[in-house]
Design a binder for this molecule. Structure first.
Ligand SMILES: NC(=O)C1=CN([C@@H]2O[C@H](COP(=O)(O)OP(=O)(O)OC[C@H]3O[C@@H](n4cnc5c(N)ncnc54)[C@H](O)[C@@H]3O)[C@@H](O)[C@H]2O)C=CC1
Ligand SMILES: O=C([O-])CC(=O)C(=O)O
Length: 333
């Protein structure tokens, strides 16, 4: 029997990530090749014409899985009945703006969109926030949508996770699919901590070996590797003059797909989720942890050892998130 279509909201759909993301969703990259979808696309009125152009291209692409498109500048229409919400729309930092100015704009956007989702989305809607500052936007969304379970609100750090896999793959000359269990801890910012202490590589013999052992260069792993992943977004902006879009869209699909369909046995991924105090990370932050997913629910992987070097890095990125949270709250008052 044909499956009912899933309604997927993409905000900021006329932007760069939106343009890369909506065809991936319509092709089945998000939810698999048998799951029909209806796309809801939201943008702001100045982008309405461009948004309509994206809708025209979706029609022209004649995607077999795409059962409908709602393209709108009305947040209520956009949120109505959605099962999955990918929040890409936001206010970017512009020349001469202070951090607080950007935070203040995004706090009011995420507050308003939280209310619309809470009132109009389908029950059990899963939310992924991509727009920066992603962790704190997700936290504001959670605060202003109290009836959406905190388990259903997350932010994107899968791009950083994939970037870490990419760096190890290049260094060891092994395919990314043979590497697993890197971790991104903390904020989607330059304080994030890409951690390979539990990561392994599957060798052609079938044996699994630790990344640290195979790289055999702690100075690189504790130095250049970390800073390369932390600064990758900035390096892409320098090279392309625009921020990452195709890799961000692809990571958003990876995040939702694993959340809904589950992570493979023995493998974890990184997701920004509401901290319950695991690993002594302050409760009440949206913080990136290693998670496994089953039956549409994530759980934080417990019991991993954290050495002194890592502890400092986990704390540093938590401190930044605590400061961001305070700044966001000061914008509300
Ligand atoms: N978490 C992550 O890994 C990553 C996050 N990002 C962030 O994703 C966001 C989007 O990036 P791009 O697509 O490159 O930006 P973009 O500027 O090309 O697109 C953003 C879109 O959002 C729209 N928008 C602005 N306010 C809105 C609102 N209130 N409601 C709905 N739409 C609204 C804009 O009109 C624009 O079309 C940025 O905040 C960027 O920093 C980018 C890459 C990776
Ligand atoms: O830095 C940016 O604006 C884009 C971003 O989040 C990333 O590429 O990780």
């Amino acid at each position: 029997m044909a499956q009912n279509p899933v309604r997927v909201l993409v905000t900021g759909a006329a932007g760069q990530i939106g343009y890369a993301l909506v065809p991936m969703i319509a092709r089945g990259v998000l939810l698999g090749p048998n799951q029909p979808v209806i796309l809801h696309m939201l943008d702001i009125p100045p982008a309405a014409e461009s948004l309509n152009g994206v809708k025209m291209e979706l029609v022209d692409a004649a995607f077999p899985l795409l059962k409908g498109v709602v393209a709108t500048t009305d947040v209520v229409e956009a949120c109505t009945g959605v099962n999955i919400a990918i929040m890409v729309g936001g206010f970017p930092r512009k020349e001469g703006m202070e951090r607080k100015d950007v935070m203040s704009k995004n706090v009011s956007i995420y507050k308003a969109q939280a209310s619309a989702l809470e009132k109009h989305a389908a029950a059990n809607c899963k939310v992924l926030v991509v727009a920066n500052p992603a962790n704190t936007n997700a936290l504001i969304l959670k605060e202003f949508a109290p009836s959406i379970p905190e388990k259903n609100i997350s932010c994107l750090t899968r791009l950083d996770h994939n970037r870490a896999l990419g760096q190890i793959s290049e260094r060891l000359n092994v395919h990314v699919s043979e590497i697993k269990n890197v971790i991104i801890w903390g904020n989607h910012s330059s304080t994030q901590y890409p951690d390979v202490n539990h990561a392994t590589v599957k060798l052609p013999s079938g044996e699994e070996k630790s990344v640290r052992e195979l790289v055999a260069d702690d100075a690189w792993l504790n130095g250049e590797f970390i800073s390369t992943v932390q600064q990758r977004g900035a390096a892409i902006i320098k090279a392309r003059k625009f921020s990452s879009a195709l890799s961000a869209a692809s990571a958003a699909c990876d995040h939702i797909r694993d959340w809904v369909l589950g992570t493979p046995e023995g493998t974890w991924v990184s997701m920004g989720v509401y901290s319950d105090g695991s690993y002594n990370v302050p409760a009440g932050l949206i913080y990136s942890f290693p998670v496994t997913c089953q039956n549409g629910e994530w759980s934080i992987v417990q019991g991993l050892s954290v050495d002194e070097f890592s502890r400092k890095k986990l704390d540093l990125t938590a401190e930044e998130l605590t400061e961001e949270k305070a700044l966001a709250y000061s914008c509300l008052s």
